[in-house]
Ligand binder design. Structure first.
Ligand code: ZN
Ligand code: ZN
Length: 147
């Protein structure tokens, strides 16, 4: 385990540490059964800037390598353009570039119950979870491919 828990914030050395962080955090009070790393569909890049809509339950990422924008999970369907959004995610150090991974909690029938978006700041390694929300419908397994 390469996570440094001695500081005020948890930090990690690699994107894989986001999985450990989400498993420990258990967003929404649910265990994380599966973690999928985000990867740009255009250039395979793994560093992104992230925005949340005003509801904070929709997220989209912009690839730091090629600039292509992707909505995460079901965010494209539910995205709200409010007066006070979107909000750009920034680390406590001020940086806005992250490696990201999505955590999934599954129901007994294997459908998805809860999703969470984990981050690792590429500047200082600080780990965080910028959003998590409930998935209240089925089928839902297509979301595993929208990280
Ligand atoms: Zn890209
Ligand atoms: Zn940082």
């Amino acid at each position: 385990m390469a996570i440094d828990t001695t500081g005020e914030w948890w930090s990690g050395e690699t994107a894989g540490d986001i999985a450990d962080y989400l498993e420990e955090l258990a967003p929404g009070g649910y265990p994380v059964d599966e973690v999928v790393e985000s990867r740009c569909a255009e250039c395979s890049g793994t560093v992104f800037s992230l925005e949340l809509d005003p509801s904070s339950t929709c997220a989209r990422r912009t690839c730091g390598g090629c600039g292509s924008v992707a909505y995460m999970l079901d965010s494209e369907e539910y995205w709200m353009d409010g007066d006070d959004g979107p909000q750009t995610i920034a680390c406590s150090c001020g940086a806005t570039c992250f490696e990201t991974s999505v955590g999934f909690n599954r129901r007994e029938d294997r459908e998805i119950r809860w999703v969470s978006i984990g981050l690792r700041c590429v500047q200082d390694g600080i780990l965080g979870c910028c959003a998590d929300w409930k998935i209240g419908y089925a089928p839902s397994l297509h979301l595993l491919d929208r990280t």
